[in-house]
Design a protein around this ligand. Structure first.
Ligand code: ATP
Ligand code: MG
Length: 201
């Protein structure tokens, strides 16, 4: 097994995050935990590239549909459809429009529990219920109901890989090998060194 400190995750700041001028704030929140930035670029993705990104994960359409339906049921409301695959397909069409609407910023972060740490700081999918203190909880106010009313994707600023396996599939989908830099970050000695020796003069 590779050491937990070598875990990587993939993040993109969606077009609304760029337009809200939150790139610096979002990078700052990940960076200050001790995670290391391995690559970063701005681009406007194609619809085909966005579709392939979500299709990297088998069952995504069904899961995303189930999550949306569950959120309606929890609030005592009737979902737009009872079929998760119908909802999932609708989400995919909306996401393609949303994510190709302007530039976004793709990043790869590395460090202990990178996937979990980034998901925790990012917060849950629906800003209405994302925890206070998370990026989605603090900086945006969208909901499933708003998205369905206006027939669009939920604007939640960020995508972040959900698992290590997802990250390993998503990173090469967005970054060529030579676009990622492997290097030593000085602070890693304090984060990961076993004995913390060599501090005292
Ligand atoms: P992400 O994968 O973007 O980090 P997530 O894992 O929290 O977010 P998913 O369930 O994978 O969310 O959905 C992907 C994205 O699709 C969401 O971030 C959101 O922008 C959009 N989305 C999800 N469900 C809906 C919905 N019912 N209506 C509109 N947009 C949706
Ligand atoms: Mg997801």
């Amino acid at each position: 097994m590779s050491h937990p400190k070598s875990e990587r995750t993939f993040v993109f700041i969606k077009p609304d995050g760029v337009q809200r001028t939150l790139v610096g704030e979002i990078v700052r929140r990940y960076e200050r935990t001790g995670l290391k930035l391995l690559g970063l670029k701005m681009l406007v993705p194609t619809e085909a590239h966005v579709e392939k990104h979500y299709m990297l994960h088998p069952g995504w359409k069904k899961t995303v549909g189930e999550k949306s339906i569950e959120s309606y049921v929890k609030k005592g409301k009737k979902p737009p459809s009872d079929n998760p695959l119908v909802v999932g397909e609708q989400v995919m069409e909306r996401l393609k429009k949303y994510l190709t609407s302007g530039p976004f910023v793709a990043m790869v972060w590395q460090g202990a529990h990178a996937v979990g740490i980034v998901r925790k700081l990012t917060g849950g999918t629906e800003p209405l219920s994302s925890d206070v203190g998370t990026i989605r909880g603090d900086f945006v106010l969208d909901s499933y109901v708003m998205a369905d009313t206006d027939d669009r994707a939920i604007r939640n600023l960020i995508h972040a890989s959900g698992t290590v396996e997802e990250a390993e599939a998503e990173i090469p989908h967005w970054f060529k090998k030579d676009e990622l830099v492997t290097y030593r970050l000085v602070q890693e000695q304090i984060l990961y060194d076993v004995n913390l020796d060599g501090l005292l003069e």
